[in-house]
Design a protein around this ligand. Structure first.
Ligand SMILES: *[C@@H]1O[C@H](CO)[C@@H](O)[C@H](O)[C@H]1NC(C)=O
Ligand SMILES: *[C@@H]1O[C@H](CO)[C@@H](O)[C@H](O)[C@H]1NC(C)=O
Length: 482
C-alpha cells in the first residue's frame, strides 16, 4: 500500500514536471518567435504592429516594430513622426541610430557634433543620420505646414528595453527631463544654482515630447547659426539671450537663463573651446530628389539607391536607402537582394507584392497600398507590380550601406541570361535552344511593362488578399502622412 502510494506520488510528480516543462518550452518557443511564424504568411512580410509612442496636441509618433525572427537578419523599426506647425520635438538622445527622411515639410534639426550645437535645415526629400547617443531636436519650421518624417530606427546599439529608448533632456514622456530624476541637491551642485532656480526648471509641467513653441521662440535668429563664423556665433548667442531677457517678463527671463545654463552644461560650452580644433564640419543632408539621378530609368519607371559610397554617414549604421517609382501597370522584375533585407514603405499608389520562400513556394501574394510597410528578407525572390490605374511609389531602408547589387531573375539583364548555356538548360531539363527562346523575347531590364498581370482597376477596393488589419492600420494611422 505504502509502496503504491509512493509510486503514484512519484508518477504524479514526474507527470507534473513533464507538463510544466512542456509548458515552459512552449512558452519559450512562442516568446522567442513572437508568434509570427504561426500567423498567416502575409503578416510575416507586412509590418502591422503599430504602436503610438508619442501623442500630444503638437504631434505624434508611431513605431512599427519589426519581427525579431531569424530570417529577417538585422532588423529595424520604422517610425512615423508628425509635427504640427511651430512645434518642437524636444532635445533627447536615443539608444538607436536614427535615419530620417523628410517626407513632407521643412524642419530644423539641431544636434551635437563634436561637442558643438549644429543646426541643419531639412526640406522634403532630405535624408539625415543621427547616431545613437547624439542629442538632437527637431523644429517644424514650415509656415503653417505639418511636418512628416519617416525614420528607420536601427536597434543594433539598443539597450533592448523596447523598440527604442529615448532619454529626454527637456520635456519628455513624463513631462520631465531625464535630469529631473536627480535629487535637488545634486542639481544644485551640478548647476551651481539655488534650489529654487533648479526646481523652477525641472519641476515644471511640460507638454510632452512634442510641444508647441511659444511666441518667445525666435527662429530667425537661431537658424542663422550654421552660416555664421564661430567667433560671431558666440556674440550672437549672447545677443540672443540678452534680447530675450529684455523682451520677456521676469519668470520667463529666469527660465531662459537657466535653460541656457542647462544647455551649456549638457551640451558643453560649445563656443569657447572650438577655436583651436581642426574638426571637420558635420555632414550635409542628402536630398533624394535633387541630389540624385535615378540609378536606373526606362519608360516604365525609375529606381534610386543611396549607399554609403555616395553618402558616407550611412556607412556608420550600415543602412542603405532606396526609392522606386513604377509607372502604371509596370513590374519590378523578379529579383533578390544578396546583401540586405529591405524595409519598404508605400508612399503612393497601390499594386501587388509577391515574395517567394527559398524553396520556391509563394510566401506572400498581397495587395500593397499607400501607407503599407513591408519587409523582404535577404535572398528571398520578390517583385512588385503597380496597378493599372496609377504609379506605385515606394521608399525604404535596406540593412546594408554597401551597393546592393540586386540580382534579377528575369529580364534583359538577369541571372537566367547570364547563366544561359548547356548547364542551365540541362538543369532545367530543356534544350539550350528552348532556354534561349524563353529568355530572349524580353528586351527590357529591371522595370518591365506588364499590364497583363496588373491588378484590375478596382484593386484598391479588392479585399480578397488584403489583410483587414493592414488596411485599417493604413487608413487609421498613416492616411495623414501620405
Ligand atoms: C558658483 O557661483 C558663484 C557666484 O554665483 C561663483 O562665485 C562660484 O565661483 C561658482 N562656483 C562654481 C564651481 O562655478
Ligand atoms: C516552403 O517553405 C515554407 C517555409 O519554410 C513552408 O511553409 C512551405 O510549406 C514549404 N513548401 C514546400 C512545398 O515545401
Amino acid at each position: 500500500m505504502f509502496h503504491t502510494v509512493m509510486t503514484n506520488k512519484s508518477t504524479l510528480l514526474l507527470l507534473l514536471f513533464v507538463l510544466l516543462h512542456g509548458v515552459a518550452l512552449t512558452m519559450a518557443f512562442f516568446e522567442g518567435e513572437e508568434d509570427w511564424w504561426s500567423e498567416s504568411p502575409n503578416s510575416l512580410f507586412l509590418m502591422r504592429k503599430s504602436k503610438r509612442v508619442i501623442k500630444t496636441d503638437a504631434g505624434e509618433m508611431h513605431v512599427l516594430k519589426s519581427h525579431s525572427g531569424r530570417i529577417f537578419g538585422r532588423h529595424m523599426h520604422i517610425g512615423f513622426i508628425t509635427m504640427e506647425p511651430k512645434s518642437l520635438f524636444v532635445p533627447q538622445y536615443l539608444d538607436s541610430n536614427l535615419i530620417v527622411f523628410i517626407r513632407r515639410g521643412e524642419a530644423k534639426l539641431g544636434f551635437i557634433y563634436d561637442d558643438e550645437l549644429v543646426e541643419r535645415r531639412l526640406k522634403t526629400g532630405d535624408v539625415y543620420m543621427i547616431p545613437a547617443g547624439t542629442a538632437f531636436y527637431f523644429v517644424n519650421t514650415g509656415e503653417g505646414q505639418r511636418l512628416h518624417i519617416i525614420c528607420s530606427i536601427d536597434p543594433s546599439t539598443s539597450l533592448g528595453l523596447d523598440s527604442f529608448q529615448s532619454f529626454y533632456i527637456g520635456g519628455g514622456a513624463n513631462s520631465h527631463s531625464v535630469l529631473s530624476g536627480f535629487e535637488p541637491w545634486i542639481l544644485e551642485t551640478a548647476f551651481n544654482e539655488s534650489r529654487l532656480e533648479v526646481e523652477k526648471v525641472f519641476s515644471k509641467e511640460l507638454d510632452g515630447p512634442i510641444m508647441f513653441l511659444g511666441d518667445s521662440y525666435a527662429p530667425s535668429l537661431q537658424t542663422k547659426f550654421p552660416q555664421l563664423k564661430k567667433e560671431t556665433k558666440e556674440q550672437q548667442l549672447k545677443k540672443m539671450v540678452q534680447h530675450k531677457e529684455e523682451d520677456e517678463d521676469e519668470e520667463e527671463k529666469q527660465t531662459s537663463r537657466s535653460w541656457r545654463k542647462l544647455l551649456e552644461t549638457v551640451f558643453g560650452k560649445a563656443n569657447e573651446k572650438t577655436e583651436n580644433k581642426d574638426t571637420a564640419d558635420p555632414p550635409d543632408s542628402y536630398n533624394l530628389y535633387h541630389d540624385k539621378e535615378p540609378d536606373f530609368r526606362n519608360a516604365y519607371g525609375w529606381s534610386k539607391a543611396l549607399h554609403g559610397g555616395e553618402y558616407p554617414p550611412l556607412s556608420e549604421p550600415d543602412i542603405g536607402i532606396f526609392h522606386v517609382k513604377l509607372s502604371a501597370g509596370s513590374m519590378m522584375a523578379p529579383h533578390m537582394n544578396p546583401r540586405a533585407s529591405e524595409y519598404g514603405i508605400v508612399l503612393d499608389g497601390h499594386g501587388k507584392l509577391f515574395i517567394l520562400f527559398p524553396n520556391g513556394s509563394i510566401a506572400m501574394n498581397s495587395e500593397i497600398k499607400k501607407g503599407d510597410v513591408f519587409v523582404v528578407p535577404r535572398y528571398f525572390p520578390f517583385c512588385q507590380i503597380a496597378s493599372r490605374d496609377g504609379p506605385l511609389v515606394f521608399f525604404g531602408f535596406s540593412t546594408s550601406a554597401m551597393k546592393n547589387k540586386p540580382q534579377f531573375l528575369a529580364g534583359a539583364v538577369s541571372l537566367l541570361r547570364t547563366l544561359l548555356g548547356p548547364e542551365l538548360a540541362a538543369a532545367l531539363g530543356i534544350s539550350e535552344e528552348t532556354l534561349r527562346r524563353l529568355v530572349e523575347p524580353q528586351h527590357e531590364a529591371v522595370i518591365l511593362p506588364s499590364a497583363w498581370v496588373a491588378p484590375p482597376e478596382d484593386a484598391g477596393k479588392n479585399t480578397v488578399h488584403m489583410l483587414p488589419k493592414a488596411r485599417s492600420f493604413a487608413n487609421h494611422v498613416l492616411m495623414d502622412v501620405f
